[in-house]
Write a protein that binds this ligand. Structure first.
Ligand code: SAM
Length: 256
């Protein structure tokens, strides 16, 4: 599964930034919730092309360490990152650092790709020292709901299943002593055409192949007609993204 996700982002390395309209908005919104000044060791998971990194790394005080981790070497090789940021190709679900290593954890538009987000995000939070803070943005159910409906109705393509916001809320509630807030945000992007929408999703690595049904030209045409008829907007077609934005911190003292 993670090999499939890595391959798809490796392929998107060169096209990602031009296509990542929503991801850019999400990174900017998340950065707005992060501390203006960061100190010590910062871990960013799912760095991609560096949209969030370029906003956060300059906030790090002298002597600090910023680790930009991503599953995809292809994304990292295309990433435009500040020179002092360390790049690490690794799986966020098996981060090669000991618990308590970091002072701040950030991740935008990435952790919903985890095979087991609940267990892995909990483990990621444990990488923070007591009192360390985090800011995470994950996409939740409702994202690309139009595409899901058109796909279901016409048999063309498939959509990566996103978990509901309640899944992440339940996971956060289970973390002993962790203080957190969640805000749900929605973003709409209008594309010139269904073809432009699909091209943009591919460019950003947002493709889903598991369980894909045969994509005959007839089904594709039906899919386009359905999408245009149901989700036309402002001379183009609309795609919606539902994002859960979480900020919080580990308890400063051990919880008994
Ligand atoms: C949609 S991009 C977001 C990139 C960037 N954070 C941004 O805001 O534009 C998702 C990134 O998460 C990475 N990713 C997916 N699964 C991952 C995992 N298990 N561990 C680390 N990175 C992962 C992908 O390789 C990709 O670069």
């Amino acid at each position: 599964m993670s090999a499939d996700i890595r391959r798809r982002f490796d392929r998107a390395g060169a096209s990602y930034e031009a296509a990542a309209v929503v991801q850019a908005r999400v990174a900017e919104g998340l950065a707005g919730l992060c501390p203006e000044r960061l100190t010590g060791r910062v871990l960013e998971i799912g760095t991609g092309s560096g949209l969030l990194t370029r906003l956060l790394a300059p906030r790090l005080a002298a002597g600090g360490l910023y680790v930009a981790l991503d599953l995809s070497p292809g994304m990292l090789s295309h990433a435009a990152l500040p020179a002092d940021v360390g790049r690490l190709a690794a799986n966020g679900e098996a981060v090669p650092f000991a618990p308590g290593t970091f002072d701040f954890l950030a991740s935008a538009s990435a952790m919903h790709w985890y095979a087991d987000p609940a267990a892995s995000i909990a483990a990621n939070v444990r990488l923070l020292r007591p009192g360390g803070g985090f800011a995470l943005a994950v996409y939740v159910a409702g994202t690309l709901g139009e595409l899901e409906e058109a796909s279901r109705a016409t048999g063309f393509g498939s959509v990566y299943p996103m978990r509901p916001a309640s899944y992440y809320r339940d996971m956060l509630k289970s973390l002993p002593g962790v203080v957190w807030q969640m805000e749900e945000t929605r973003h709409t992007v209008v594309h010139d055409s269904v073809r432009a929408l699909l091209k943009s999703l591919k460019g950003a690595g947002v493709t889903h192949t598991a369980g894909r049904r045969a994509a005959s030209p007839g089904r594709y045409r039906e899919f386009v007609r359905y999408y245009e008829a149901h989700f036309g907007a402002d001379g183009g077609v609309a795609a919606n993204y539902h994002v859960a934005v979480v900020t919080g911190s580990r308890p400063a003292a051990p919880v008994c």
